[in-house]
Structures are given as C-alpha cells and as structure tokens.
Design a protein around this ligand. Structure first.
Ligand code: SF4
Length: 280
C-alpha cells in the first residue's frame, strides 16, 4: 500500500524538470536561483581533506541532493500526514508540501516502523559481494562494506536549512542519544589521514539530528581490524566547518594537505590545484 502511494512521487518527478524545480525552490527559500544551495553533509566534511574537492563535489552533486531533499519531503508527507498527491499539481504547490513536518515526527514514524538494534547480521554471499566491490567507485564500495560489516540501526535522510545553504544527509544509524557512522579504509595510515573528515561527518550528523555522541566504526581492509570510537559531538567543529564552507563559496579554495589525495580524485585532470598537473 505504502509502495503504491510512493510510486506517485517518481511518476511526478520524472515528468518535471528538476533544474527548473530547484531554481524555483531556491527563490522560494530566499536564495538566488544560481546560488549553490543544496549540499551533502559528507561533501561539507570533505573540506577537511581538500577544500577544492568539497566545493567541486558540492557543485557536481547539487541536483542529486535537491532530488533527495524534495523526494524526502514528499515521501514523509505522504506517509505521516497522509496527503494526497496528484500528477496535475503545480510546481509551486509541489514544493510547498511538507512545510510543517518536524524531524521529531519523522523520527517517531521511522522508529515505529524499524526495530533494528545495532547487531551485525551475517551477510549472505559475503565473498562475492566483496569481489564485486573491488571494481566499484569508493562510495559504492563503502556501501557494500557497510552492508557486510556495519552495525544495523534505523537511518533517516533529512534536510536542514541554515542561513546560506540547505544541508542534506543520512547518518549510518541513529540509536538513543548516539549517531553511528561506519568508515572503511585500506589501512591505519589512510584512516588517520582522513580521520578529521570522518569525525566531522559524525559531528555534523550528531548536531543536526540532535544527538550528543558519535559512535565511529572504522574497518581496515588490510588487516580486517575493526575500531570503535565513541566521543561527544563537537558542536564548535560543526560551526567552524560551516563557516569555512561559506569562505569556500566566496572563493577561498585550496588543495589538500597530502598531495596524494589528488591521485584518485575524479577532478584531477581539470582542477587548478591538482598535483597530477605539472604546474602545481
Ligand atoms: S585534484 Fe586534488 S586539489 Fe583538486 S579537488 Fe581533487 S584532491 Fe583537491
């Protein structure tokens, strides 16, 4: 029944021009239509590795995050408020749906539907999944590792409008006062080089999903070692990170501390800071 109700969202969105909808929504929210607004929380945390990458990824993925923003608003409005959607609805009316839905209502709904409690469930076909993962890009690879080794908790993807942007994110799990985040790295050197980014991601989820602690779960591929690290959410780190991102939007970009980060970066042929180019 719910799936049938939700099918209408894809039907409606498939027939609309997402770029047009995004521009209308930016203006409706008080931004300029060409501002960079819909930002992924993971891309925000990325600035602790490379500011330029955080900016370029955000630009590249804005339409995807807008799609998530709009789909989630429509989905929870249908599931929680039982609103009726029809395909004739105007763009503006479509965008206005869900203006009164709170995170608390969404959490109550998700927790009622989802009884996952953090167990690691033995994944069928583990070896073949790991084989497939080898040929995938890093994010897809990470999802497979998380599916196999991660603890299972309810997840919520949601969006948060702040003064200059709208942040969209999904933590790997929510439990009581804790957010759970799974990360996999090749080895401990790579983990330490990216730890600030990972912890900031945990802080951002904790701050916006109103949790006081983060449970970071690191998986090291080389040794299959698993490290669990629970810490308080660092709110000041979140606010500093957002301010740094605002400076990036004003043009204060720079390359990474470790030049080897450029090796696997998808922007390394065009980026002006790329260490793969001879003039850097
Ligand atoms: S190529 Fe290097 S400097 Fe440019 S975005 Fe990628 S990691 Fe950053």
């Amino acid at each position: 029944m719910n799936n049938e109700k939700l099918d209408i969202i894809s039907n409606i969105l498939l027939k609309r021009n997402l770029n047009v909808l995004m521009k209308i929504e930016k203006e409706r929210l008080g931004f300029k239509k060409n501002d960079l607004v819909f930002i992924g929380m993971a891309n925000l945390a990325e600035l602790h590795v490379c500011k330029m990458q955080s900016y370029l990824e955000s630009k590249d993925m804005e339409i995807q995050f807008f799609n998530s923003y709009l789909s989630d608003r429509l989905k929870y409005s249908i599931l929680i408020k039982d609103i009726d959607l029809n395909e004739e609805i105007s763009d503006l009316d479509l965008l206005k749906i869900c203006n009164d839905l709170s995170l608390e209502e969404i959490e109550e709904f998700v927790f009622k539907e989802n009884k996952l409690i953090g167990k690691v469930v033995e994944s069928p076909l583990k070896d073949s999944k790991l084989k497939i993962a080898k040929n995938l890009e890093p994010t897809a690879q990470g999802s497979i590792y998380e599916m196999i080794y991660g603890e299972k908790y309810p997840k919520i993807r949601w969006n948060f409008k702040i003064d200059k942007i709208v942040l969209v994110g999904v933590a790997d799990g929510l439990r009581g006062d804790i957010i759970y985040e799974f990360k996999r790295y090749g080895n401990s050197y790579l983990m330490n080089a990216s730890k600030k980014r990972a912890e900031t991601q945990g802080d951002i989820y904790g701050y916006f999903f109103k949790r006081s602690k983060k449970r970071m779960h690191y998986f090291l591929k080389e040794t299959e070692e698993q490290i669990i690290d629970e810490k308080k959410i660092d709110e000041q780190n979140v606010l500093r990170t957002i301010n740094t991102f605002y400076e990036i939007l004003e043009g204060k970009t720079e390359g990474p501390e470790y030049k080897w980060f450029c090796n696997n970066c998808k922007f390394n042929q065009d980026c002006k800071f790329s260490s793969k180019k001879s003039n850097y």
